[in-house]
Design a protein around this ligand. Structure first.
Ligand code: ZN
Ligand code: ZN
Length: 165
């Protein structure tokens, strides 16, 4: 059993919905998307097709914790969609599942077009609309922006969020 399968199996055990029989494939053509849960939606049911992960995710380039979070993130899509019978995307249902599985609710680098970022840092967001204003690696730089700048979009205060960006 691969590490990916082991994480999926363990998460399935914990959540009470196993992934048995669902194929796991590793793609070396996935670059921006690090993982995906492929399924079909039909008659109020979701049929799991496969879990797909980028070879890059498993290349050793990323922290173990990040890799695990991406795998569990895809499990969360599986869980949310199969239990509700529909595609929840990254909505509140999905976020609830993330919380119960103990992973961040944000999409890490799974969303298409998202930059692959793997360092811990500060994301600076507009307090009014939530738009990302900037990302800074260092606390001091983030604090300066929060203190002295306003967002270009809404001319509102900027707040900092910490995590992997
Ligand atoms: Zn996702
Ligand atoms: Zn704004």
């Amino acid at each position: 059993m691969s590490d990916v399968e082991r994480v999926l199996a363990e998460t399935g055990d914990k959540a009470g919905l196993d992934v048995m029989g669902i194929p796991v494939s590793i793609s070396d053509r996935m670059e921006k998307t690090m993982g995906s849960f492929v399924f079909k939606e039909k008659d109020g049911k979701v049929k799991a097709h496969e879990f797909k992960f980028s070879a890059r995710l498993l290349s050793g380039e990323f922290d173990e914790e990040i890799v695990k979070n991406v795998i569990i993130h895809e499990y969360a899509h599986f869980y949310a969609n199969v239990t509700s019978g529909k595609n929840n995307g990254h909505n509140a249902v999905f976020k609830n599942v993330c919380r119960s599985l103990g992973i961040p609710e944000d999409t890490l680098f799974t969303a298409p077009g998202t930059r692959v970022i793997r360092k811990k840092g500060y994301k600076l967001v507009c307090s009014s609309c939530g738009e990302t204003v900037a990302v800074r690696r260092h606390r001091d730089a983030a604090v300066d922006i929060v203190k002295y700048k306003i967002s270009g979009c809404c001319e509102a205060k900027i707040k900092a969020m910490t995590g992997y960006f």
